[in-house]
Design a protein around this ligand. Structure first.
Ligand code: PQQ
Length: 674
């Protein structure tokens, strides 16, 4: 019916059969046993500890009494939905299979797909695997990334009518985006759609690639594949038998490096593209940022619904990409049905031109002067954390953050990253920056109805329910429930660690449950200099938590946040300034897991300033060269030279010394930092 078809394929409203709840990706549960009237009686039914896990981004599925989810590095779990007992696990062991892929991520995986007794997920190195849902037995494994391509897989596959589709990431290091469909029964490749053009020869005879090629200059492949990776949102539309894919940013970000010989739009980067579900043939596209120059991405989840607009029922899709606007498109044509509203502080554009559908860009945003500042920044107003839509309230619940970005063609502060020739750095300069928000948005009126400010910047996805409640986990470690109409906070539970994944709901033997993964991380956890969460590596347990009315279990308390860096130093050691500087540049490779500027506060890896291994040159060298911790996510860096190892080590030492110095000078209460 297009109004939140949760679980319709299997057990009606009782199950949660896809990461977004059902095909429509509205993250809405029709269950109403837990509601605004009894939420004070909501309590923990069971908890499952997940030792060894780091970043947990998946929304679990539930089918016929079994919960399925992926942990980090796509380790798959099946768990009894009423008791929390583990039924089976499956580990694709990427570190053994393709150690090189470990360099390109920090373990993120956003979940599984379910159809007909099979579950599907993809490992970081792009192996799509099908498992028997009962036993966890491997049924088939197919390579979804061609040999030699730079891509990695972090997203959840989607499955429909016997076809599994999977995208991948890598635009930030120059990969070319595509999605691939496989036969769910056999794992055979059925079709592949590229999001950027290839060589003239490859494009010939393919209308979508010929169309895209006109928007790029002749030499566009020199700087890489152009980006446009489809690493998160993909939605199947059963009414029109189409798939809408959310295409990522263009790469390299600087268009003068990426595509110096044209001023074209660089299709299909930062677009939504509609494809025929059977053949993968192009139907339409809508580009949210023509000639993207800022790492803007259209990858957040794409919802389908039927809305009444100007008195007419319209089949629409709804989208809140990182650029901050809210788009409602006609699913048949890909055209705007109303004027996109601003869901957050937006400085890069005045609005969207309703005649052309193109943004009206603000002056000086294409770094004409060599430098550009803008809001939202690359982290986005809304990123991969799922937004939900309640057909009951007619509102969309967007997990948001406010933070800007500074781009410069040279220079930048210590915390700036050089991303393929452009210096990039998140900034907090405007009122409201550095916080996350839960925003209730009216997609018909295109305006905000209420908002809640969170303490932390990077929070979890949302779940809306027929009980009139919106659930969301926060960076500061609370799982919270809000009144869907007013935004009033109704309930909270201390989970002991930040939450970034989205919750889901199911019913078993007449009882409604709500589950959520607790596992702080994601890319933004690396920005410890903006939001020191005080989490310490390995100390706060990762868990799957499940709640029900009358639940009376409690969690053993997690170690509280600790904002002190317990750095180690040897005052006798002299550090070579040139080594420290060179080490700083090399440390970009460490940042996703150990923090920007080595400030690790909830990152998947430990704080190197506190690490006895990293601070001792000999054990550090052995760690990098032989990879004894590879199974725990620490890759081998066998290509680093002896000089580079010494430089990195000097930088770690210098940062440890600096942290100790700060601690002596600054004795403000640690909690004052948040
Ligand atoms: O360009 C890409 O291919 C790509 C991939 C991914 C990813 O695969 O996780 C992210 C991003 N970009 C990205 O821009 C981003 O903000 C991001 C956040 C996260 C995360 O897991 O927290 N992944 C990614």
């Amino acid at each position: 019916d297009g109004t939140g078809g949760v679980g319709v394929e299997v057990g009606g409203a009782a199950d949660w059969t896809a990461v977004g709840g059902g095909f429509d990706e509205t993250s809405y549960s029709r269950l109403d046993q837990i509601g605004t009237g009894n939420i004070d009686k909501l309590g923990l039914a069971w908890a499952l500890d997940l030792p060894g896990e780091v970043t947990l981004e998946a929304t679990p599925l539930e089918v016929d009494g079994v919960i399925y989810f992926t942990g980090s590095y796509a380790k798959a779990y099946a768990v009894d939905a009423t008791t929390g007992k583990v039924l089976w696990t499956y580990d694709p062991e990427t570190w053994k299979h393709d150690p090189a892929a470990m360099h390109f991520s920090f373990g993120a995986n956003r979940g599984m797909a379910y159809e007909d007794g099979k579950v599907f997920a993809a490992s970081l190195d792009g192996r799509l695997f099908a498992l028997d849902a009962k036993t966890g037995k491997e049924l088939w494994v197919s390579e979804s990334i061609p040999e030699g391509a730079l891509n990695i897989s972090t997203g959840a596959p989607r499955v429909m009518n016997g076809k599994v589709i999977i995208g991948n990431g890598g635009a930030d290091f120059g990969a070319r985006g595509f999605v691939t469909a496989f036969d769910a029964e056999t794992g055979k490749l059925l079709w592949r759609f590229y999001t950027t053009p290839g060589t003239d020869e490859e494009n010939a005879g393919k209308p979508a690639m010929e169309l895209a090629a006109k928007t790029w200059g002749p030499d566009h492949l020199k700087a890489g594949g152009g980006g446009g990776t489809v690493w998160n949102g993909m939605t199947y539309d059963p009414e029109l038998n189409r798939i809408y894919i959310g295409v990522g940013n263009a790469g390299p970000y600087d268009p003068d490096i990426r595509d110096p010989d044209s001023k074209g739009d660089n299709l299909f980067t930062t677009s939504i593209v509609a494809l025929d579900a059977d053949t993968g043939k192009y139907i339409w596209h809508y580009q949210e940022n023509p000639r993207d120059s800022w790492d803007y991405k259209s990858t957040p989840n794409i919802q389908i619904a039927t809305l009444t607009i100007d008195g007419k029922l319209r089949k629409v899709l709804m989208h809140a990409p990182t650029n901050g606007f809210f788009y409602v498109l006609d699913r048949k044509t890909g055209k705007l049905v109303n004027e996109p509203g601003k869901t957050t502080l937006i400085t890069w554009a005045k609005g969207i031109d309703m005649k052309t559908g193109r943004p009206i860009e603000a002056p000086q945003i294409r770094y004409e002067t060599g430098l550009t500042k803008m809001w939202p920044g690359t982290i986005g107003g809304h990123n991969w954390q799922a937004m939900s839509y309640s057909p009951k309230t007619g509102l969309v619940y967007i997990p948001q953050q406010q933070i800007g970005a500074r781009f410069s063609r040279k220079g930048g502060s210590e915390n700036a990253f050089n991303v393929m020739g452009l210096m990039l750095e998140p900034i907090t300069e405007k009122p409201g920056d550095g916080h996350g928000y839960l925003v209730a948005w009216d997609p018909v009126a295109q305006k905000e109805v209420w908002r809640v400010q969170h303490k932390g910047l990077w929070n979890g996805g949302t779940l809306a329910t027929a009980g009139g409640v919106v659930f969301q986990g926060t960076a500061t470690g609370y799982f919270k429930a809000y009144d869907a109409k007013s935004g009033k906070e109704l309930w909270k539970f201390n989970a002991g660690l930040g939450i970034i994944g989205a919750p889901m709901s199911y019913s078993r033997d007449g009882k409604q449950y709500v589950s959520v993964l607790v596992g702080y991380g994601g890319t933004t956890a690396a920005y410890g200099h903006f939001m020191d969460m005080g989490y310490k590596y390995g100390l706060q347990p990762r868990r799957l938590l499940t709640f029900a009315i009358g639940g009376d279990k409690s969690l053993p308390p997690s170690p509280p946040p600790d904002f002190t860096v317990h750095a180690l130093d040897d005052p006798a050691l002299t550090l070579d300034e040139d080594d420290v500087l060179a080490g700083r540049a090399l440390s970009v490779q460490c940042a996703a897991c150990h923090g920007v500027g080595l400030q690790a506060t909830g990152t998947p890896g430990p704080d190197l300033r506190e690490s006895a291994i990293a601070l001792d040159l000999d054990s550090f060298r052995a760690l990098l060269q032989s990879g004894p911790l590879m199974s725990r996510g620490m890759p081998r860096f066998e290509n680093l030279t002896e000089d580079q190892i010494r430089q990195l080590h000097a930088y770690i030492r210098a940062k440890a010394r600096e942290a100790l110095g700060k601690r002596e000078k600054d004795d403000t209460a640690p909690s004052a930092k948040l």
